[in-house]
Design a protein around this ligand. Structure first.
Ligand code: ZN
Length: 353
């Protein structure tokens, strides 16, 4: 009998707990990621500087690099700064921008990347993608998965609560994204990766069903794990399919049509997911999702993030154009303006105010 198996690109270390940051040097040494302690650590000027003060004494062999922002130029500059210094690894210590900069720079100089996330705003912290601003707007660059992911729940608690809320919306939207993937499989015969779909959906369901709130360590643990597993699900499938469907097309449409007024990524994705579930006829699931989003202080109606119903209708209409080639419930139904207005009115009634 043939033994068939596959290797999954995944981090060697996943360390999620209160106090994880204080043990960073030991964990990297124990796991042979950095036995010499020679690390290039990328941080931001603000919260990163404070963390640096706290943990620098425990990492005597590290050099610290302050990263300006989340542009391709920042990432290229970081790569040229660290090149030739014989580090064991690059550490991205911060939010999404810093980690994505460090991911790109590490890939460019051929070093492994250790992602130390200081907030839980989205599922990009462990994904094989670096999202960076470039001259043409924003680009997604394929990079290796991080070799280690470290999330200190005490640090997460220090970040503004809206970052945690954003991560909740992003994780829960997996449920809608996987439903879109299954739809594309049924209607178009698109290949579905069952393992990636399972990981992403279970991550979303775990967050959806957890009774805790943004202040509980138990809930933060599950949320952080969900976001990490979602990133690995994207590595398994080789694209963002497990976590990005109509929910994310709606999010991109908010960003593109209203770049100055757009809300947080996960706020828009969560709202997009609750609406997309309603569109696909999963009315109970949509209402349950809306209830949980509300409980965590996330928006379920466009007015709650400053958009009129008409603006939202336009966002939904424009959404399919943001991801050409991706088939979701939006492309499937191909609704005209008046139809979107009608179904939106039904959605508002169904979830209640
Ligand atoms: Zn997302």
């Amino acid at each position: 009998m043939p033994v068939l198996t596959r290797l999954i690109p995944s981090p060697v270390v996943v360390d999620i707990r209160p106090g994880a940051l204080d043990d960073l040097g030991c964990v990297l040494a124990d796991e042979r990621i950095s036995q010499s302690g020679r690390l290039a650590i990328a941080v931001s000027g603000g919260s990163g500087a404070r963390l640096r003060e706290r943990i620098a004494p425990s990492l005597p062999g590290a050099d610290w690099y302050q990263v300006g922002g989340g542009t391709i130029d920042d990432a290229v500059r970081l790569a040229s700064d660290i090149k030739g210094s014989h580090y064991d690894a690059v550490v991205g210590l911060g939010g999404g921008k810093i980690i994505d900069c460090a991911k790109f720079a590490a890939a460019r100089v051929g070093l492994p990347l250790v992602a130390v996330a200081t907030n839980l705003a989205h599922d990009g912290l462990c994904s094989p993608v670096a999202t960076l601003d470039n001259d043409a707007g924003r680009g997604s660059y394929g990079v290796p998965n991080p070799i280690a992911v470290v999330i200190d729940l005490n640090v997460i608690r220090e970040a503004p609560v809206r970052f945690v809320r954003s991560g909740i919306g992003d994780a829960i939207s997996n449920i809608s994204a996987v439903a879109d993937w299954e739809l594309a499989h049924r209607v178009n015969g698109e290949k579905i990766d069952g393992l990636a779909a399972a990981m992403a959906r279970q991550a979303g369901e775990a967050v959806l069903r957890h009774p805790g709130g943004v202040g509980d360590d138990g809930f933060l643990q599950v949320l952080a794990e969900a976001l990490v597993l979602t990133g690995i699900a994207m590595s398994v499938s080789g694209d963002s399919r497990p976590s990005s469907g109509a929910c994310h097309e709606i999010n991109h449409a908010f960003d593109l049509l209203h770049p100055k007024r757009a809300a947080a990524h996960g706020e828009q994705c969560g709202l997009g997911a609750a609406f997309a579930m309603y569109l696909r006829g999963a009315h109970e699931e949509s209402a349950a999702m809306a209830e949980v989003l509300r409980r965590h202080g996330l928006p379920v109606l466009p007015e709650e993030i400053g958009f009129t119903p008409d603006e939202f209708v336009r966002v939904v209409e424009f959404a399919p154009e943001t991801r050409p080639g991706r088939f979701t419930i939006l492309e499937h139904l191909d609704l005209k303006t008046e139809q979107i207005k009608d179904v939106y009115a039904d959605y508002v009634k169904a979830i209640g105010s």
